[in-house]
Write a protein that binds this ligand. Sequence first.
Ligand code: PLP
Length: 421
Amino acid sequence: MDHFLYRNGELHAEDVPVRDIAAAVGTPFYCYSAATLERHYRLFDEALDGTDHLVCYAIKAASNVAILKLLGDLGAGMDVVSGGEYARARAAGVPGERIVFSGVGKTRDEMRIALMGGIRQFNLESEPEMEALNAVALELGVVAPVTIRVNPDVDAQTHAKIATGKSENKFGIPISKARKVYAEAAALPGLEVVGIDVHIGSQLTQLAPFRQAYEKVAVLAQELRADGHDIRRLDLGGGLGIPYTRSNEVPPLPSDYGAMIKETLGHLGCEIEIEPGRLVAGNAGIMVSSVIYVKEGEGRNFLILDAAMNDLVRPAMYDAHHDIVPVAEPVPGGEPATYDIVGPVCETGDTFARSREMTAMQQGDLVAFRSAGAYGAVMASEYNSRPLIPEVLVRGDQFAVIRPRPSLEEMIERDNIPSWL
Ligand SMILES: *Cc1c(COP(=O)(O)O)cnc(C)c1O
């Protein structure tokens, strides 16, 4: 459930007509619902009720500081994958003890930033990374809390670009090598082993791959404890999928996911961390765009929007489907039409949807891309010198621009012409 509904013939974001926001900020723009973000965070928090846990929002899904502050104020931890994301979490007021640092290639500079600013744990992914963090910690005179990300070699059955838990993926250490690598970590004086980490992919629509991975983690936890390691925390990653279409299969609910976690891992008495990103932010955001032209092609009609692949890359990058709906509610018996929905960028890949059936549209009409809150604004670029589009946050009947649209001057001023040119 989200808070983008038709009321009085107009799409609303909570209590605000989307058309009013478009009039105030111009299109295209992203719009997030505070109530939806809050609801999704609480679903996870409640799913783990009764177990010691921390929901660490994976901020790479949508990292605007206003969104991080909203979630942080509810008690969320944060999963960060770069020094930049760490700085964002801190700027949102999230204390270091609620921040976990993931990622396959943390640099020494990033490790230093997090160790000096405070960190709950590093999720390490290789032996060279272990050695680097050990060196940085010793240099700073601190001990770094760590888990090691194991690769359980399970098929997440998701898009190949976002599957991370098979042995051929670059992530983690093979689970078969885990005991050896944990022994090496324990021998490094700058590291303190606190648990195990696993993350098998994104947009998973079934529980079975999670279950397979977590069962392997449960076995490993017992083995590592027998080897003398104090395994007290399990970071189970993110990855729970969302429904991108109304008709599609319905992914598991956070409550079922939580129940499965308790069932597979509850007996270990560990503190549980989960890192949901997409499920928190995905259906909490839309992208709103205007129709620039309706173009009649040979055998097909094109809806040319003012948003493009640089603003929302998921269709071009992952062949992703987004529901695209008119902001003015279609009237029953309205004229139907079929469109290829495209942006203005000079690439055929700049296609949001092919042969999409919807109501007939005209120049200037507004459309909303549903489920655009995660991996939307954060993946945007200025390709074709199109300035990054603004982000807006709605709560009840209020809205605010949480990132403005840069002017063309601001975009160009970042370039520098050398004096010798
Ligand atoms: C991307 C990522 C997540 C979040 O994945 P979602 O599918 O958005 O829930 C969590 N943990 C790690 C390590 C990730 O790389």
